[in-house]
Design a binder for this molecule. Structure first.
Ligand SMILES: Nc1ncnc2c1ncn2[C@@H]1O[C@H](COP(=O)(O)OP(=O)(O)OP(=O)(O)O)[C@@H](O)[C@H]1O
Ligand SMILES: [Mg+2]
Length: 617
């Protein structure tokens, strides 16, 4: 941003087409002030940089304001009264160059300072959001879309940052330029200023039209593009299903509708945007013509001596040129002001979304003097536990269970019965509504979350591999695991020979799409990860659901070894994996309907026996 050079009028709200939620929506004044106050805190953190930027902005703009006056004086010296005053011209031109060089250097300083400020603000905002996210309860991520959260970390931070480091100073610069130009024009010729003022209301009307009419069109334009993007994303990710059902023609039609909507919205916004540009130009040129015309008349009156040098109408030719330049300076910010204000508005909405995350209540802190223990044995007692994710919808109604140290509990039951929910409670991903869960004789809430969670090793229903090497993925649960240990774990999980067929072996980097790795292979890697981790308790939630029965039998021995001496919670749909459990819980609609070992439940001849017979008859 250079002094006097205002950014061009292309509305910037197309930069975040994916996130249209609340975009540009006006905040109520109270929220707005609160958001502004919090944003100011981020600026205050870097007060030195802000002040430097302000200094550069002020001095660059003030210096640039002197230029037209000097050039006018130089012209006066050329077309003076009879003789050309070379010494005056040289002097004025010298100062003129000095002013512009100074102003250019200061503008450079300003630009560099803004880049620094921008870096710092982006960094601290992202850091604050991400660090806060890690303190939130797991439930937050169950109820918020990852895509949305990511758009807050990337787009919203970007919007806020641009605004803080750019628009705010732009507004200050505009104010300096507008006021400065008016003062200079007034000092040169009050009468010409009156002439100039004739067109200002028209400019203001155009600006107003832009805010109230054209801006919303651009907002609609990005919303439509967002819809189109969302649709394309959804359809591209579902290609297999779409082709299998032969729905290509149907989705083409749907895409076509959205494409057309988006293009129409683009057309409408651009059409009206295009109308505004030339009209603004026309008004500016109209005011220029008026100034030249009246300025010419005043000048004529001045050189013929019809008006005295003390008269308000008196003007020299050089100053007429200065006046024209100042009037141009004045118009720039006025034409752009609407855009900047609208940018600020969307920045405030973005900031509000960011602060909403930062204000999200973190996990309740560990109780005072919480037990930090690294030798938990693993004796679990569940007593009259009642739990629902949302008020009014109870998932677990009355769960009672005694699990001696080292025994295995299998949980079976239909889909949606609440099996994973029980695991969520054991790990304190959610807290029970009523009842207690004891671990080694203490309520689990008496432990620090850290020590409670590190007492468990989990293999979950959804496998999660991160973008590191396979070796790093396996070693995730054990810091400083040696390569030998990693290979031994992989061997026990029967995935070693597959890993060796990969071009990079154990150093193969897992890209997030993981195309060359099947679901079952992923699961085996997470099982290897569990084999390495050394904790007193183990949770297997459908750990082998994607693995074929033969491989499952092959790793069974290693699994049994893994379970040896540990307290285990095993969830499996395949009953072959659960028959050896010490206790089998049959869960249905949040109630334990049967409980006992395999033989007992078979003799009982209830749900379990029915399930078993249907699988093995
Ligand atoms: N985060 C959540 N918020 C609200 N409700 C949830 C949440 N997670 C699960 N539920 C609901 O709780 C019930 C039990 O879910 P749960 O995941 O425990 O089932 P499950 O027995 O593990 O099923 P599956 O065999 O399919 O894994 C379901 O009706 C589900 O809709
Ligand atoms: Mg489940």
């Amino acid at each position: 941003m250079g002094p006097g050079s205002m950014m061009m009028g292309d509305p910037r709200n197309a930069k975040n087409p994916n996130n249209t939620s609340g975009r540009g929506k006006k905040l109520d004044p109270k929220t707005r002030n609160r958001v502004l106050a919090r944003l100011a805190k981020y600026l205050f953190r870097h007060m030195d940089i802000v002040l430097t930027a302000f200094f550069f902005m002020l001095s660059a703009n003030l210096l640039a304001l002197v230029g037209p006056k000097l050039s006018g004086e130089a012209i006066n010296a050329i077309i003076g009264k009879g003789e050309v005053k070379f010494d005056v011209i040289y002097e004025k031109v010298f100062w003129l160059i000095l002013c512009y060089v100074g102003s250019a250097l200061l503008s450079l300083g300003l630009a560099l300072t803004l880049i620094r400020l921008s870096k710092k603000i982006t960094y601290s905002l992202r850091k604050d959001i991400f660090e806060h996210l890690l303190t939130l309860p797991v439930g937050y991520f169950d109820t918020h879309q990852t895509g949305d959260i990511i758009s807050h970390i990337s787009y919203d931070v970007d919007t806020v940052n641009t605004s803080l480091s750019h628009d705010l100073l732009q507004i200050c610069a505009s104010i300096v330029t507008v006021i400065g130009s008016v003062i200079m024009m007034l000092s040169i010729s009050p009468m010409l200023l009156l002439v100039f003022c004739v067109t200002v209301p028209i400019s203001l009307v155009l600006t107003k039209k832009r805010t109230t009419f054209v801006r919303p069109l651009f907002r609609k334009r990005s919303a439509k593009l967002g819809e189109l993007n969302g649709y394309a994303e959804e359809m591209l990710s579902g290609q297999k299903t779409i082709r299998a059902y032969g729905r290509q023609a149907h989705i083409c039609e749907k895409f076509d509708e959205r494409n057309k909507d988006a293009c129409d919205a683009y057309y409408e916004a651009d059409y009206h945007g295009a109308l505004i540009g030339p009209s603004t130009n026309f008004i500016n040129n109209l005011s220029l013509s008026l100034i030249i015309m009246f300025g010419g008349i005043f000048f004529l009156l001045s050189i013929t001596g019809a008006v005295a040098p003390t008269s308000l109408f008196f003007i020299e030719i050089g100053y007429l040129s200065s006046f024209v330049q100042y009037s141009r300076r004045f118009s720039g910010p006025i034409n752009e002001f609407a855009n900047i204000l609208a940018d600020l508005q969307s920045a405030l909405s973005a900031a509000e979304r960011i602060f909403r995350i930062i204000d999200e209540a973190p996990e309740t802190p560990d109780v005072e003097n919480a037990i930090e223990s690294d030798d938990i044995r693993g004796e679990v007692k569940i007593d009259h536990v009642k739990f629902g994710y949302v008020p009014g919808r109870i998932i677990i109604k009355d769960l009672n269970l005694d699990v001696p140290q080292g025994s295995t509990v299998a949980i079976v039951g239909p889909t949606g019965a609440g099996k994973t929910t029980i695991i969520n409670l054991l790990m304190r991903f959610y807290d029970v509504n009523e009842g207690t869960i004891d671990l080694d004789g203490h309520e689990i809430r008496e432990y620090t979350r850290h020590s409670l969670r590190s007492a468990y090793t989990m293999v979950l229903q959804e496998t999660w591999l991160f973008g590191g090497t396979i070796a790093e993925n396996i070693a995730y649960g054990k810091e400083g695991a040696t390569m030998d240990e990693i290979v031994a774990a992989a061997r026990a999980a029967k995935i070693d020979s597959f890993i060796r067929t990969l071009p990079g072996g154990y150093d193969t980097v897992m890209t997030d799409n993981g195309v060359n790795i099947s679901k079952g292979q992923k699961q085996l890697i997470t099982i290897a990860r569990a084999m390495l981790a050394d904790s007193p308790m183990l949770i297997l939630d459908e750990a082998t659901s994607n693995v074929d029965s033969r491989t499952e039998i092959m790793i069974q021995e290693a699994m049994l070894r893994l379970m040896q001496g540990r307290t285990c919670f095993v969830i499996a749909h395949r009953l072959s994996t659960v028959q050896n459990a010490d206790t089998i819980l049959v869960v249905k609609d949040g109630n334990v309907i049967e409980q006992g070992n395999h033989e007992e439940l078979m003799t009982l001849g209830g749900t379990y026996a029915g399930l078993y017979n249907s699988q093995f008859s």
